[in-house]
Design a protein around this ligand. Sequence first.
Ligand code: SAH
Ligand code: SF4
Ligand code: F3S
Length: 474
Amino acid sequence: MLTENLTEAERQYYYMEQCRQWVEKQVKELGRPLTASVVTFGCQMNARDSEKLTGILEKIGYEMIDSENADFVIYNTCTVRENANLRVYGRLGQMKQIKKKNPSMLIALCGCMMQEPEVVEKLKKSYRHVDLIFGTHNIFKFAELIYRRLTENQMVIDIWKDTEQIVEDLPNDRKYAFKTGVNIMYGCNNFCSYCIVPYVRGRERSRQPEDIIREIENAVADGVVEVMLLGQNVNSYGKNLETPVSFAELLRRICRIPGLLRIRFMTSHPKDLSDELIQVMAEEPKICRHLHLPLQSGSTKILQKMNRKYTKEDYLLLVDKLRAACPDISLTTDIIVGFPGETEEDFLETMDVVRKVGYDSAYTFIYSKRTGTPAAVMENQVSEAEVKDRFNRLLEEVQTIASRVCSRHEGTVQEVLVEEINRQDKRLVTGRLSNNTVVHFEGDVSMIGKLIPVRLTSCKNFYYMGEPENFTKN
Ligand code: SAH
Ligand code: SF4
Ligand code: F3S
């Protein structure tokens, strides 16, 4: 069969079929199913990509399992901080032994770490037991690359520097039946000076609104009630489309999809958060009462060196506007401690913002030097001891504030979207409020994927125990 005249998706389905025939043959010979495992590091983008990898592996005929003792193991990697890389090398080292016992197993690597040439060099030299390496731009070629590995019988490496291409309509397997992530854009143009993401994920590309809506409508038809719209900076969605569409407008259109109950999104860069978006959030009940608004630092001097393009005052003003429009909104954030040149005074500015905003939760990170980024060569890298001390002080403050903030809805009745049976106590179910806080209450499987009104009886630092009110609705 010639593949030249096909769409990209059709080409990939052709390769899936070729691989499926190979798997079928193996299954017959071995007299057992072939198993596969997808191991994901990093952010929600990677988690979503992993659902696509899983969808393709299932289509090929692999049986998905949770253990790395599988016939096909793929690591979807992250490189945002150095320890993410170290974890991957650690796992790969262990896989060498496992592969010795099962020489026909295949090991693949993809994701952000593979976009760094020095990583691929290291793998080629010291990790010869890896079979397949590809990057973030050509993940849609997964089936074709597996096929190449099977036919060429040697390590296959295919990394693209960047791409304009967005391939729609490939298989994907959702981790949860009732909620899913939906990419609305890829890449990032912001080049925050500490961050490697723009280098490994390429330039910003928005999907067409029609494609996004169609994907969500199909998901809703399959039983999905909550979507998380994904992008490194969702607030700049649509600016580069032929017919520009703002993120606020996209949200309005998504809100009109019947059957969809909740809409979340991340991440919002403070510099691009528009008044129009705040207004839509205030008007549309389907949009969750939660905004993840990364601060990174509370010091205007450090923010400038980070290339974040807002000041401490801009950020606090934005928080005021959000609270005025949506008084019950939960705010969460990301903070980096120990950026080059950060003094005790700068750090205290960060603590000041943390106190003034009162975050529901904050992800705190120790600055990690990423080769190739402007910050890596900045002077005055902060000493490890100082960073640790600041980090611990910040963490304590964040946790104290979070437990206080979290309890503000105690005693009220709120809708909980039930996600699963509680892992510790099977009589309980676990779900989330619109503001993303976790709630446990008595219930059963029939509640999963439904919105249930629950009285929030007591707050335990970061989550609630509740009691269902006696009516249910879909
Ligand atoms: N696009 C998102 C962030 C993606 S990375 C945004 O702009 O908010 C997730 C978080 O990792 C960032 O918000 C930042 O806090 C952290 N991070 C990124 N690079 C880092 C580095 N070099 N060291 C420590 N933390 C980093
Ligand atoms: Fe990194 Fe900044 Fe882009 Fe976020 S907006 S991915 S922190 S460069
Ligand atoms: Fe990591 Fe890539 Fe996400 S570097 S944080 S997985 S975009």
